[in-house]
Design a protein around this ligand. Structure first.
Ligand code: CP
Length: 310
């Protein structure tokens, strides 16, 4: 039984397919004004210690569309300002019988530590922990909404060539995507990065520093954000060189299949890793990823709630 969503390793292929099916059904029901599940006694707290637009807002919208109560804790207004540790803040909120704690934090693995300690500290606490991005480790709900978006457009997922381009070394999204594609046996996966941003651990797929090799006949092109805020001293690339050799532009998009999907988890550095004309083209599904994020998060919240009740 899955109680938390901390990593893609918490999921089975059957559960991934179930969540995608539920998310697509919830999307259809919401858009056609059909009834959707309602959980008025459930509550969700967003705890974001790093900036976010998409993830924080879509968890809030997802919970509200399911009739849940939502609170957002702003770290600078919490007792953290009086020296309280993040662990004590989280255990305090969980002790209020909150159903969901959605946590984003710069520390790799923090949600897993919280989950383990919570079990030891307070056996009565039934809070579900959801990892909304932990450092450079994982962002599982982003990977799930990305796969939902691919499946919606190209259901033959195991026949697809997927390329992920850019700052793979610092990308929690790329880590979760690799684990998810491995789980579903989506094996034609190519990871493209300059030497300085090659992943330290490859979970799935082959790596190359050649954009041409990666893009050639690709069905899905996923461009990553350059995460300036995470670079160590020896990890900086010359951005002019990066643009020249790795940016997705009008000059190289023809290498991919003509109907290839263009994806980006956001936020986008326009004119750096991807050009406007590509990000805004009719091949781009970037805003559909954002739209699907709400429905995937609804599916995750509904699944965990139903499972805890049954
Ligand atoms: N993709 C993503 O996590 O975006 P935010 O940082 O805006 O949540």
């Amino acid at each position: 039984m899955m109680k938390h969503l901390l990593t893609i390793d918490d999921l089975s292929p059957e559960l991934v397919n179930f969540l995608i099916g539920q998310a697509l059904s919830l999307k259809h029901r919401f858009i056609t004004n059909a009834t959707i599940p309602h959980y008025p006694q459930s509550s969700l707290v967003n705890l974001f210690y790093e900036p976010s637009t998409r993830t924080r807002m879509s968890f809030e919208l997802a919970a509200k569309r399911l009739g849940m109560h939502v609170l957002n804790l702003h770290s600078h207004h919490s007792s953290a300002a009086k020296g309280e540790s993040i662990h004590d803040t989280i255990y305090t909120i969980a002790a209020m019988d909150v159903n969901f704690l959605v946590i984003r934090h710069h520390q790799n693995g923090l949600p897993i530590t919280i989950k383990d300690n919570l079990k030891n500290l307070a056996a009565h606490v039934t809070t579900h922990i959801i990892n909304a991005g932990d450092g450079q480790n994982e962002h599982p709900s982003q990977a799930l909404l990305d796969l939902m978006t691919i499946t919606e457009k190209k259901p033959n997922i195991n026949a697809l060539k997927i390329v992920i381009i850019g700052d793979l070394r610092h990308s929690r999204v790329a880590n979760s995507l690799q684990r998810l594609f491995k789980l579903l046996k989506i094996d034609n996966l190519v990871l493209v990065a300059p030497e300085a941003w090659q992943p330290q651990i490859v979970h799935h797929g082959s790596t190359t520093n050649s954009l041409t090799t990666g893009l050639m006949r690709a069905d899905v092109v996923i461009v990553l954000r350059i995460q300036h805020e995470r670079f160590l001293e020896n990890e900086h690339c010359d951005l002019a060189d990066y643009r020249k050799y790795y940016a997705l532009t009008k000059a190289n998009i023809h290498l991919a299949k003509p109907n290839a999907l263009i994806m980006h988890p956001g936020p986008i550095n326009r004119g750096l890793e991807i050009d406007d004309v590509i990000a805004d083209s009719n091949q781009s599904v970037i805003l559909e990823q954002v739209q699907n994020g709400v429905y995937m998060r609804m599916a995750i919240l509904a699944f965990l709630t139903d499972q805890a009740r049954n």
